[in-house]
Design a protein around this ligand. Structure first.
Ligand code: ZN
Length: 280
């Protein structure tokens, strides 16, 4: 005899099973597509002989890192998502640093006129003073090889109001920090000020197909994890990011491409200010 009270439960279980069975292949196909997309992208990453940071011969690993929520908030196409996956998830098997950090390291060596690997390259430049605005993607222990190395933490030390005199460093480095600074122009102006006529070298997420925009107050708040905290994203940068740098006082802007389109590192330089001129 059928237990009539068990029927709704059984019916519910039936519906749930039917739905799960219908959805499973769709989700599976989406995952498989993503794996294929990333593998296709990776085959186009030229194999560099050695890691510019730790000098280990290439032993790379990768894993996708962009979650569905972030992809939705940033309105990323599957190609853009795959690019960020490679940039952030393609790691050196020895030092563990991702492609973004390795691209930044190469740009730092480039503007310093030094040879890889990073630590010995910086150590070979006597008197080099480096300010790291925020621990830059795992490069901190390597940047410490510079003659003077100061590492602060944003937002504890505000990039818009740096507590250092003009021209107190030769190089200022930050990595994926600028998008979290409410007044990005003021932030870059301060970096250029403390760098004197020296270089500011940084990465920040840039979508070359778009124009820069400030995230609206009413937009869904977007966060990037990392550095143990969750920081609000104020800016989405696009192809016109150079305008921000010029507005901040840069007179020379360079793009350093690491297996484009995966990593674009930017370096810029301001005027060497004459003695006595104030920048406030
Ligand atoms: Zn490495």
């Amino acid at each position: 005899m059928t237990d009539v009270f068990a029927l709704p439960d059984a019916a519910w279980r039936y519906v749930r099973n039917r739905v799960a069975r219908a959805v499973r292949p769709v989700r599976g196909r989406a995952r498989a597509r993503r794996r294929v997309a990333m593998t296709q992208q990776l085959t186009r990453v030229p194999a560099r002989e050695r890691c510019p940071v730790c000098d280990a011969p290439g032993d790379w690993s990768w894993r996708p890192v962009v979650g569905a929520l972030l992809a939705f908030q940033w309105r990323l196409t599957s190609r853009q998502r795959a690019i960020v996956d490679v940039q952030q998830g393609h790691s050196c098997g020895s030092c563990g640093l991702n492609l973004r950090a390795r691209g930044l390291a190469r740009a730092i060596l480039d503007v310093a006129g030094a040879r890889a690997p990073l630590a010995s390259g910086l150590a070979s430049k006597p008197g080099l003073r480096v300010l790291e605005i925020n621990p830059a993607g795992g490069l901190t222990p390597y940047l410490a090889a510079a003659s003077l190395h100061v590492c602060t933490s944003y937002p504890a030390v505000d990039m818009q109001q740096l507590p250092f005199p003009d021209a107190s460093f030769d190089m200022v480095v930050h990595s994926d920090t600028l998008e979290h600074v409410p007044d990005a122009v003021q932030g870059m102006r301060e970096c250029l000020r403390v760098a004197g006529g020296g270089q500011v070298v940084f990465t920040t997420p840039v979508l070359p197909e778009r124009r820069s925009k400030r995230r609206g107050r009413r937009a869904l708040r977007s966060y990037h994890g990392g550095d143990g905290g969750r920081s609000v994203v104020f800016h989405e940068f696009g192809a016109d990011i150079w305008r921000l740098l010029v507005a901040a006082g840069a007179v020379d802007v360079r793009l350093h491409l690491e297996d484009f389109p995966y990593v674009v590192t930017i370096s810029c330089r301001g005027h060497l200010r004459p003695e006595g001129e104030t920048t406030a």
